[in-house]
Design a protein around this ligand. Structure first.
Ligand code: IPM
Ligand code: MG
Length: 349
C-alpha cells in the first residue's frame, strides 16, 4: 500500500456535520478496498468556533491547511453570523490563498431522478461548469460608507486565459466537444469585452471544439429551454455561481450537486465540497441528502490519483438513484441521511 493521502476535513456548519461523516464512510470504503489509504484530520472551524473565539478558523489555519493533500469541506454559514463574515473568513480565503482557480461543477440529471423540466430526461441535461474561482466579481475590493458602496471586479488577462484554456481542454476530452462561454459584454464594457477577446484567442488552439458565446441571461434561459445543446460552460466567478445553482436545480436537487475547487498545477491543496449550503432549516434532523458530499468526495479521489475508486462511488450513486427505493426528502422520499449512506455503501463493489 502507498503512504496515505492526508485530507483536512472541515464539516463546518449545519448539515455539514451530517453529510461529511456520510461522505467519509463511503470514501473510506471505496478507497481502502482499492488499496488507496486516506488519513483524515478533523478541524472544528466554522460558526461555532466563531461564537467561541471570534474567529471562523484558527489564526494559522491557512498555513496548517497548506500541508494537506486535499481539503474536504461541508458547508459554512449560520443564521446568527453574517454571511459576508463567515464566508470571507473561511471559504473565499481558502479558495484564493491556494489559488484554486478552477471551480468544476458537474450538472447532470441522473436516471431515476425527476427533474423540474417537463419532458426532459438524463440525455438532455449533462453539462459541466468551469467557473473562474480566484478573481472577477469576488475580488473583495471595494468600500462601503454612508453614501454608498463600490465593488470592484478584477479580471486579469492571465486569470481569464487559464480558466478558459482549462475549459477548452476539458471540452476537447468530452464526447460532444462543445463549449459555451458566458459573457455580458453588451453591458460590462471592460471586463467582459476582454473576456470575449481571450476566449476567441484560446479557441484558435482548439479547432476540434465547437464553441459559442452567450450573454449570461440568454444562457440561463437556454439551460432551461434547450439544455441538450449544452456541454461545457465556462464563466466568471459570479456568473458561474448563479448558473451552477440553476444547473443543480435542473438536475433534480441541490442536494446532489458536487463541486471541486482545483489548483490544477497541484502547488497547493484543492478543496472539495457539495455546492449546497449549511441548510439551517433542516440541520439536526438527519434528513440531508449526502450525495452532493459523497460525489464531491469522488472528485477528490479522482484528483488525488484514485480514479477507479472515484468511478466506483459514482456508479454507486447512479445505482442507488436508479433503484429509486431510497430517497431523501429533497428527492421526494422519506429516507434519512443514514439510510442513504448505507444504500451507497452497499452498492460499492
Ligand atoms: C458557492 C457558494 C459561495 C459562492 C458563497 C457561499 C460565497 O454560493 O460555493 O457557490 O458564491 O462561491
Ligand atoms: Mg453558489
Amino acid at each position: 500500500m502507498s503512504a496515505p493521502r492526508r485530507i483536512a476535513v472541515i464539516p463546518g456548519d449545519g448539515i455539514g456535520h451530517e453529510v461529511i461523516p456520510a461522505g467519509l464512510a463511503v470514501l473510506t470504503r471505496a478507497a481502502e478496498s482499492g488499496g488507496f489509504p486516506l488519513a483524515f484530520e478533523h478541524f472544528d472551524w466554522g460558526c461555532e468556533h466563531y461564537r467561541r473565539t471570534g474567529r471562523m478558523m484558527a489564526a494559522d489555519a491557512l498555513d496548517r491547511l497548506a500541508d494537506f493533500d486535499a481539503i474536504y469541506l461541508g458547508a459554512i454559514g449560520a443564521p446568527d453570523v453574517p454571511d459576508h463574515v463567515s464566508i470571507w473568513e473561511m471559504v473565499l480565503p481558502i479558495r484564493q490563498r491556494f489559488d484554486q482557480y478552477v471551480n468544476l461543477r458537474p450538472m447532470k440529471l441522473l436516471p431515476g431522478v425527476t427533474g423540474p423540466l417537463a419532458g426532459r430526461g438524463p440525455a438532455d441535461v449533462d453539462m459541466i461548469c468551469v467557473r473562474e474561482n480566484s478573481e472577477g466579481e469576488y475580488s473583495g475590493i471595494g468600500c462601503l460608507d454612508a453614501d454608498g458602496a463600490r465593488e470592484e471586479a478584477i479580471f486579469t488577462r492571465r486569470g481569464i486565459e487559464r480558466i478558459v484554456r482549462y475549459a477548452f481542454e476539458l471540452a476537447a476530452r468530452r464526447p460532444r466537444r462543445l463549449l459555451a462561454s458566458a459573457t455580458k459584454s453588451n453591458a460590462l464594457r471592460h471586463s467582459m469585452v476582454l473576456w470575449d477577446e481571450v476566449v476567441e484567442q484560446v479557441a484558435r488552439d482548439f479547432p476540434q471544439v465547437s464553441w459559442r458565446k452567450y450573454h449570461v441571461d440568454a444562457l440561463a434561459a437556454r439551460m432551461v429551454t434547450a439544455p441538450q445543446g449544452l456541454d461545457v460552460i465556462v464563466g466568471s466567478n459570479l456568473f458561474g455561481d448563479i448558473l451552477t445553482d440553476l444547473g443543480a436545480a435542473i438536475s433534480g436537487s441541490l442536494g446532489l450537486a458536487p463541486g471541486a475547487n482545483l489548483n490544477p498545477e497541484r502547488l497547493h491543496p484543492s478543496m472539495f465540497e457539495p455546492i449546497h449550503g449549511s441548510a439551517p432549516d433542516i440541520a439536526g434532523q438527519g434528513i440531508a441528502n449526502p450525495i452532493g458530499a459523497v460525489w464531491a468526495g469522488a472528485l477528490m479521489l479522482d484528483h488525488l490519483g484514485a480514479p477507479e475508486a472515484a468511478r466506483r462511488i459514482e456508479h454507486a450513486i447512479a445505482a442507488v438513484l436508479a433503484d429509486g427505493d431510497v430517497r431523501t426528502p429533497d428527492l421526494g422520499g422519506h429516507a434519512t441521511t443514514a439510510d442513504m449512506t448505507r444504500a451507497l455503501a452497499a452498492r460499492l463493489p
